[in-house]
Design a protein around this ligand. Sequence first.
Ligand code: ATP
Length: 687
Amino acid sequence: MARLAIDSSFLWEFGKLNPDVQERVQEVFAKFQAGGAGINLEKIHNAKDKRFRSIRIDQGYRGIVLTPEQGDLYLLLKVDQHDAAYRWAERHKVSVNSTAGVVEIIDVVGVKEATARNTASGGPDRLFDHVSDAQLRTLGIDEQTLAFARSVTDQLEVEKARRTLGEAQYDVLIGLAMGMTPEEVWNEVAQSAPVDTDDMVAATERTSRRLVLVTGPDELMDVFSQPFALWRVYLHPSQLRVAHARYSGAARVSGGPGTGKTVVALHRARHLARRVKREGAVLLTTFTKTLAASLDDGLRALVSEPDLLECVDVRHIDQVAHQIVARKHGRLSVLNQAEEVARWTKASSAHEPAFLAAEWRQVILAQGITTLLEYQGARRKGRGVRLSSAAREIVWEAFEAFSSGLRKDGVWTHETICVEATRLLTEADRQPYEHVIVDEAQDLSPWQWRFLRAVVPAGPDDLFIAGDTHQRIYDNRVSLRQVGVDVTGRSTRLKINYRTTAEILAWSVGLLRGQAIDDMNEDLESLTGCRSDVHGNQPRLEGFASRQDELAFVTAQVQQWLDDGVEPEQVGIAMRARAPIGEVVNSLAEHGIPAASLASQAAHEGKVLVGTMHRMKGLEFRCMVVTGVSDNSVPAPSAVTPESVDKAAHALDMQRERCVLFVACTRAREELLVTWTGVRSPLLPVS
Ligand SMILES: Nc1ncnc2c1ncn2[C@@H]1O[C@H](COP(=O)(O)OP(=O)(O)OP(=O)(O)O)[C@@H](O)[C@H]1O
């Protein structure tokens, strides 16, 4: 049976075709998959590549297909209106790169034009004079691109020609333009085995970033119905640049929700794994077990080669620290919350245990304080009551009693483990990792940052940090510089949102309007320019007189989505507190809708997923309900310091509550419903 591969750029274009044409395209493909009966592949007279044929989609549309000279693999490269499709065929050719072994789709007319432009405008100094023709050919540069390379005078000219050059050849030229040596470029791009440029099947398999191999009609429909899974094969150039760049030190990628930061982190992990090729050399990490598990799933979706997977250690930070400390001290016994409270109670009768625990984390550990003198001089912004010097002495005694108690009994907290791991690493002569990639970096604590700084030697590409401070849902505010991480000049902000419709994104961004949110680098972060190109319905806001009415409405809406064909696990329901989760799950179950709490161990497949707003971090759903957004639940009263106690702490708590709501709402891809009973939350816009 004939096999079909599709250029991923077409998959995006498919979404923009009108539904009639989409249907025709699918019919044509189904015929094609069924063996090709009834498909007419027509020769194109002026095509740049003699293997190109056109397929009739409907009266106005044509597809351009590369037919095989040997074998059974067809490549669908383009579907467009008749004239545009033919014009495309007159400009492009397909070849297998002799060094990288991948399929390249080259705009040969465009390359010629770019060469002529450069030659006409360029000065006498050519950018690649230091690289010989023979070296360029060895790197897989073909004759036409060689002429282009000889015309180039600066990096910008290479960047401008990105869409016209073959992808692998572009990578070579941009690498050289950025100062890599030909040997370094070779190591990045070359296949280890010799390339057979006639073997289209092997080349297509190697081009998984761009070409999607479809083996049957079901899989084809699957690809069409899940354009979101496309990130595996296609990255936007702005994402790819960040994922594949060489940085002289720590680098950071930020960007609003759904801009692909996690996707970039995963691609970066694969890229570095390919480069280092040493088991466990790359750490891909984040701050919770659940998020680390989803990074692991993502990496496995992206990387199929077992030896590459082995290069990447995917674990959450506390787990990594735990292992380092356990290696030195043996099995670690970690306090649970009740045990910690009991120890604080024992350590001092002068203060509440909650106060002491918070002071320890937010002042002592956060600032890395180790002496009373340092504590006497420490800033305590946002910590409520002022403490005189004498009062600090009393508090310090409590810390000492608490810490020595831990030491004496050989017990730990996650924080003391992290601090000890950092100490051990500072004393060690070798760090365990060559590269560290951190996702959801906005929620790491200062002691976790110090640990990460210590886990990898400082140098090129040491730390890669992905995060969005608008989505900070815990109280960790960190200045990267103060924890020894300098990303100056190596920060990129992604702007295109691939998850959420423009309507949901704009409304959600409104929740944070006027908030001054730091960028972890002693400046302010901004969502300006964050956009989505996909349009849909406005978010729906509904208030009710009773909780019963609210639940009934939510249940009916979920039923409606399911009736419309949305899979149950593509519906998420978020709320601020944990308590109402059971109530929502039961209400759905009573109406025959399978549902599960995200926190439960039960299988989640085939169920509507219900959880706290915090738990929604890292997830996404086609349809999202954010429920219980009343004035007495959002912001959560117990999580906000009263203004009368500490104005600064109150403002920060309120900001965090807004961010938590923002995170929940931006999990929605297509539909967002926000509900409340009684008076709506003051965090919601008035209308
Ligand atoms: N280049 C791309 N092409 C197609 N889909 C993409 C691309 N980049 C990201 N996506 C999709 O967009 C969605 C959001 O991506 P991702 O989770 O990486 O964003 P994020 O910036 O980490 O989000 P958040 O900060 O909100 O958690 C995912 O479904 C992902 O598959």
